[in-house]
Design a protein around this ligand. Structure first.
Ligand code: ZN
Length: 419
């Protein structure tokens, strides 16, 4: 099966002028395409072909660059129409910063040197250099580049790669995603293991950066331009630190599932949890780390052929995993779930993980691809009481050195040098 991945590369130097001009023209073509599609009521791919060819001639842009801006315009329009249909507020899309989406026929990259030749106009090329690490080279080695996305600061290469067919699962690794941990169960034919996979440092980083951003916002309230710049830098730093930790975690989890022949089952974070917006979705901090965690799990699982089963999270936190009734004692406080009809008691987060597992067992298609699940049976009563297994402890050696460095940054904040 074919899958697409994107690889981010920094530019080794500023873009040459002719390339910048092409980026501006591309932006113009996208914006004109958006207007044209809305005025003419066009939605289908390819409906703007004639228009874009005329536009390319007018702007003296290579004709091969005329298709991708229209695809971009139509997809931006589609998002606009979708928002309007849902009754959300939406303005006609307008692209502000110059960018380019180029098909593989319009550029050539030398993966060893990072030199990229980009076709501008007829028989006119621009050369630019991408910074390539050994890691970039290893990723590029056996993959085909399908697309280049370029703006003034960086390039993103869209790669195509072969992924194995997902295997037939013999076990289920069902996990409920929480703010500081994944909780659930590993269900194998001969064993049922309750699991906690903690990642406390992600929430800690979020809290710390949240406080720091607020302090920074107050301090720079008199100068919005500087304030915005510093806040942006803080945000990017936080982002990188969280993503790095999640990569360690997701790599380990997918390897664990793979080595046991297990299917990975998770709640579908794009569906509402039920009960209004759900107690757990209304948390103070954004649910972005959870989504990023799932994104990483899904693409890594796909690369290794680990099947992923997504489950509707509705009521998973208030259902009794024994008989499936949605009943909970009135007092919903504390970390323990208590069933109102049978008295089942369990850690609340683990309970949601058990329900995810039950849903998979109940609803997984009984085709040959999931035949291994036929022999599995989850009996909550057979779970070893109070014996949760830690599947992962954030690596001691590495984590220690890193936290030392963080503390140093904390104690000696940079004074924002260039301002
Ligand atoms: Zn019950």
């Amino acid at each position: 099966m074919l899958a697409r991945r994107s690889l981010v590369c920094n530019l080794a130097g500023p873009l040459p002028h002719p390339a910048l001009a092409l980026l501006s023209d591309f932006r113009l073509m996208v914006n004109r395409g958006i207007r044209e599609a809305i005025e003419q009521g066009l939605t289908a791919q390819g409906s703007l072909t004639k228009y874009s060819q005329g536009l390319a001639r007018e702007l003296r842009v290579n004709g091969v660059h005329s298709r991708t801006p229209m695809d971009t315009a139509l997809s931006l329009d589609a998002g606009h129409r979708r928002r309007l249909r849902k009754g959300a507020r939406s303005r006609v899309p307008y692209v502000r910063s110059p960018f380019l989406v180029a098909d593989d026929s319009t550029f050539h990259l030398n993966p060893d040197t990072g030199h990229l030749r980009l076709s501008l106009r007829n028989s006119e090329w621009a050369g630019l250099d991408l910074r390539q690490s050994d890691w970039h080279r290893s990723v590029l080695a056996d993959r085909r580049i399908k697309q280049l996305r370029l703006n003034a600061n960086r390039a993103v290469l869209v790669l195509e790669l072969d992924t194995p067919e997902p295997y037939t699962p013999q076990a289920i690794l069902a996990l409920d995603t929480n703010e500081r941990s994944l909780d659930g169960v590993l269900l194998e034919p001969d064993a049922t293991t309750p699991l906690v996979v903690p990642y406390p440092d992600v929430a800690t980083i979020q809290h710390r950066h949240f406080a720091r951003r607020r302090r920074l916002g107050r301090k720079k309230a008199h100068d919005r331009r500087v304030g915005r710049k510093l806040l942006g830098r803080e945000g990017r730093r936080e982002h990188r630190r969280i993503v790095q930790r999640l990569h360690l975690l997701t790599k380990m989890l997918v390897a664990q599932a793979n080595s046991r022949g297990a299917a990975l089952s998770l709640e579908d974070l794009h569906l509402p949890r039920g009960g209004g917006h759900g107690r757990r979705m209304r948390r103070r901090l954004s649910s972005w780390p959870q989504r990023e965690l799932h994104r990483q799990l899904e693409y890594k699982a796909e690369e290794q052929g680990v099947p992923v089963l997504k489950v509707n999270p509705r009521n998973t936190s208030k259902t009794c995993p024994r008989f499936g009734e949605i009943k909970e004692r009135r007092s919903r406080v504390g970390r323990v779930f208590v069933c109102a009809s049978c008295g089942w008691r369990c850690d609340r987060q683990l309970n949601a993980g058990l329900n995810i597992c039950q849903i998979v067992l109940r609803e997984a298609p009984k085709g040959p691809s999931n035949s291994g699940l036929g022999g599995l049976w989850l009996s909550p009563d057979a779970l070893p009481k109070d014996a949760m297994k830690l599947l992962y402890s954030p690596g001691h050696a590495g984590a220690h050195g890193r936290s030392g460095r963080e503390r140093r940054i904390e104690v000696a904040p940079r004074d924002g040098g260039g301002f």
